[in-house]
Write a new protein. Structure first.
Length: 131
């Protein structure tokens, strides 16, 4: 029997009207560095290693609607970002260009949209697995 090949998640890729601009937002938000940059494509990586984020320019990009509606572009995925202080993390993200979503479904999570309109969540880990 042929052995199963190894799979490793290398990155999550976000489309945007301008890959460089969106990559800069996430660089500033996360404190990550550029691993690779070329025309219409940027990869950023955590100093701790692991999967990174990639951004590609998509001229026909349509921002997803949050919360979802039947008639608008629906969110296909979102990023969950663990933070140490929710209020200051929201303030920092907004100062960098994010917007706080009107709809907030959980009291202990904040939904924001990045400058291209992708929703992402900020949360503080609680319970037995909290750092």
């Amino acid at each position: 029997m042929k052995p199963q090949p190894r799979f490793t998640l290398a990155a999550t890729t976000l489309d945007a009207p301008n890959a460089r601009e969106l990559a800069q937002f996430y660089q500033d938000l996360l404190g990550w560095q550029v691993r690779k940059e070329e025309q219409g494509w940027v990869e950023i990586t955590s100093p701790d290693g692991g999967a990174g984020l990639s951004f590609q320019t998509e001229p026909l990009f349509t921002a997803p609607q949050w919360p979802a509606t039947r008639s608008d572009q629906q969110m296909m995925m979102h990023l969950d970002l663990e933070v140490t202080d929710l209020a200051s993390a929201v303030d920092h993200a907004v100062a960098l260009g994010a917007t706080l979503a009107d709809f907030q479904p959980q009291a202990d999570v904040r939904v924001l949209c990045d400058p291209a309109g992708h929703p992402f969540c900020l949360f503080v880990r609680t319970g037995p697995h909290a750092a």
